[in-house]
Design a protein around this ligand. Sequence first.
Ligand code: ZN
Length: 500
Amino acid sequence: MEQKLQTLRTKLKDVSNLERAAEVLAWDQQVNMPSGGVAARAEQLATLQTLAHELFTRDEVGLLLEDLAGADWPAASDEAALIKVTRREYDHARKLTPELVAQMSRTFSLGQQVWEQAKHEANFAPFQGTLEKIVDLNIQVAEAYGYETCIYDALLDLFEPGMKTAQVNTVFDELKATLVPLVQTISERVDLVDDSLLKQNYPVGAQWDFGLEVLQAIGFDLRRGRQDKSTHPFTISFSVNDVRLTTRLTENSFPSSLFSTLHEGGHGMYEQNVAVHFDGTPLMGGTSLGVHESQSRLWENVLGRSYEFWQFYYPQLQACFPAQLGQATLDNFYRAINKVEPSLVRVEADEVTYNLHIFLRFELEQELLAGRLKVADLPAAWNAKMQSYLGLTPPHDGLGVLQDIHWSGGLMGYFPTYTLGNVMSCQFYNQTLHDIPDLKAQFQRGEFGALLAWFRQHIHQHGRKFTANELIQQITGADGLDAQPYLTYIKQKFGQIYGV
Ligand code: ZN
């Protein structure tokens, strides 16, 4: 059996190498590539992804998995997890024909360029045909994978293995019951917090330097990773020893760069701290997007927008930007970076209204996939939900339905994981506060090593060995998702800031 396991590992390594090479090309497309390269790059990616798919789905891999599943591996062993997770991926991959995989790769790669142009023109019409193809491909994928009653389950499972749409809907309903009225209450008090100090001119070079210093201080290892600039910040890893982040720099908005660095740093540290022997296997990387977001949001929001964090960093930030912040108190700054205000754009949204942007997308995706909403009617449906959740109507599609990159890249079933990440971040954080009683005092001293070590031990090192539900159970004892810790955190923090 050891010999067969070794043979499987060798085959998986080849698949992984092709996939990681495709990731390098995808990273390059976002960070360096001139726009003229797009057609050739789409072909290159399609070739690599088709080859990886062909290698992985060979009969011999299935036979090896069958033999290995028959052996008596200890239940919690890495071997048992490798066989189980590889089996899940294999069964998924076998259900897609090579033609469908190649068609998806090309459509999604070109889709991003069509979307970018449409967004630039603030006009949905040129993107409509492409999005129709993308929705249709997603339906084909979901049908190929199969599902019991809810088509959305088949796609959600790709990003959040084991999670069901009904489970997400239950948690979201609980969140809505508190967050929607809270946003309305705070909307009547937006003037209580003045964030104009953040909208001054902050030279981008100094923003970059400050962000990079904080990134290293929280524990991102620059010997095994790097940060670059891109329009849409993201994290991608080629191995645990080569993890790439990007951030965006905006001169007249200080927080967007630093908080995107903290956010992507949270993703990056997860990837860097997976057990090295999982590299090149399906156990490499984060276990689900929700758990990934629990990490990024914890470093960005729970830590990065906390009073304790800025008790340490604010004097340094003032020294970096004396003209902009010299006269502003820590309290003013803390309130400014936590201002809640309904706005049109998800990635610029505050911690409280953010989730409302997700509810909207989650509901529209379910409608599209179930065939109850036509792509042609999507902009109007978007605007109606924006009005009902946030009381705003986008002036044009660029600030509405075209704002996100996800659909153009073929990603559907992905959006709810952002809010799941918020929910999980507080479930995990409550446990860290219990296990490390002086955690907040450590933040006041600029010490983050104990927090990172806790995450490394309980979450990061396991890679994809356990599902989100399993991790939550192991760490907190709760039976899966629980909205209450997050709601308590939000009510306490913003109740104090807004006096509600
Ligand atoms: Zn993220």
